[in-house]
Write a protein that binds this ligand. Structure first.
Ligand SMILES: [Zn+2]
Length: 393
């Protein structure tokens, strides 16, 4: 079917604070950058939720006739990676490669097939150096005690993504260092040699800082613009604000990223999952225990923008729906009757509306109930729904 004429997918855009209808820069090809893992541990459920959300989005985009090009950066230049390497007397890259392999295994266990570009941040240091040099030449960056900072006072639009005024921005104490011109300036290069690992550059040895890492990976892969930037909501400030400021400086587009799409947290015992709090739930443990089908139904039962309070009982509760799906699958017909045909449309229309997966799952449950008592759904229609949800029958 040709959807071009009448289908409008809407996604909530943190930039506009609205559900924006969505047209990619390139016809029918959606370029997505997802802030990826820091390579010093396995994937926890909060991370898994992020990649499952964009996998659902991509599967739905495919259903609607779009292609997708999905880039995920893998952060290996990071204090946590370096610490792990030091503790294990290894090179940082050995540690990073080990957890990159773990990340790919975790994606496979979750049946996430939509990511086609994985980038080690450390492969791009040469380009980061080049970008920072350009910013210094343009006089929008400056040296302070060997570090290099982005001069936020040169960017009138800074704060536009996180909706903060200059005064609000100045209240954050970040990237602290001597001789920094203004509190809100963003670090580009950190010349400290306390990390245990460093890179040589024309700015001296040190490490490229967090935000310019992602900006460079995105620029080198996607060029001057791309359609969707994804990640956890907590990355909105300072990370995504800084990334947008930097990207605008290199891009020829006025607004180089169309949609900023943020995913809510998975809370465990009321708090964000973190190893130091001891409340981490590993994605691989859950997929091995419950299977990826149940885990998907659990994650998609909440809208992606809401926070989830992790409750293992709720995963188990999904078994009822999954069994209905399996049973309905054995009762598919050659053709879909008109009542069910409407419901099949409703399923996909729910996802057009800012990926409303709880509503879509409700419609699918209704479809399955009707099929079980004798209504007709064609095998192809049933498969289309399962394909978008990533449910393996
Ligand atoms: Zn990022």
């Amino acid at each position: 079917m040709d959807y071009d004429e009448h289908i409008m997918i809407e996604i909530f855009n943190s930039f506009s604070s609205n559900k924006d209808s969505f047209e990619p820069f390139e016809k029918n090809m959606v370029k997505i950058f997802i802030c990826g893992p820091t390579l010093y541990d396995y994937t926890h459920l909060g991370h898994a939720r992020i990649f499952l959300t964009y996998d659902l989005l991509c599967r739905h985009l495919h259903e609607r006739g779009y292609g997708t090009d999905v880039l995920v950066n893998m952060t290996d230049i990071n204090q946590n990676v370096f610490n792990k390497a030091k503790n294990e007397s290894k090179d940082y890259h050995t540690v990073a490669r080990f957890y990159a392999k773990g990340f790919v295994e975790d994606l496979d266990l979750l049946n996430i097939k939509s990511i086609n570009r994985l980038a080690y941040v450390s492969d791009y240091v040469f380009y980061m150096e080049d970008h920072i040099s350009q910013l210094l030449e343009q006089k929008v960056a400056y040296y302070a005690n060997g570090n290099v900072y982005l001069d936020i006072s040169k960017d009138e639009k800074y704060g536009i993504l996180s909706k903060q005024s200059r005064n609000q921005l100045q209240l954050h104490r970040l990237d602290i260092g001597p001789n920094k011109k203004s509190q809100e300036d963003i670090m580009l290069w950190n010349c400290s040699d306390d990390f245990g690992f460093s890179w040589k550059s024309k700015f001296g040895s040190g490490i490229p800082w967090w935000h310019i890492q992602d900006t460079t990976v995105a620029l080198e892969n996607f060029g001057p613009n791309y359609d969707i930037h994804g990640g956890a909501r907590e990355l909105l400030y300072p990370h995504h604000e800084a990334h947008l400021a930097q990207y605008r400086l290199f891009s020829t587009s006025e607004n180089p990223v169309k949609i900023w799409m943020h995913v809510g947290l998975v809370l465990s015992n009321g708090e964000k999952m973190s190893k130091s709090l001891g409340n981490v739930v590993w994605s691989r443990d859950l997929t091995q225990k419950y299977g990826q089908n149940l885990l998907r139904l659990y994650i998609f039962s909440k809208h992606y923008r809401e926070d989830i309070s992790f409750d293992e009982k709720q995963i188990v509760e999904g078994k009822q729906l999954l069994e209905k799906i399996y049973l309905a699958c054995t009762k598919t017909s050659e053709k879909t009757d008109s009542v069910l045909s409407k419901l099949v449309d409703e399923f996909f229309i729910a996802l057009d509306d800012d990926l409303n997966s709880p509503k879509a799952l409700g419609v699918f449950e209704n479809i399955c109930s009707k099929v079980i008592v004798g209504s007709n759904i064609g095998y192809d229609d049933f498969q289309r729904i399962c394909q978008v949800l990533g449910i393996i029958l």
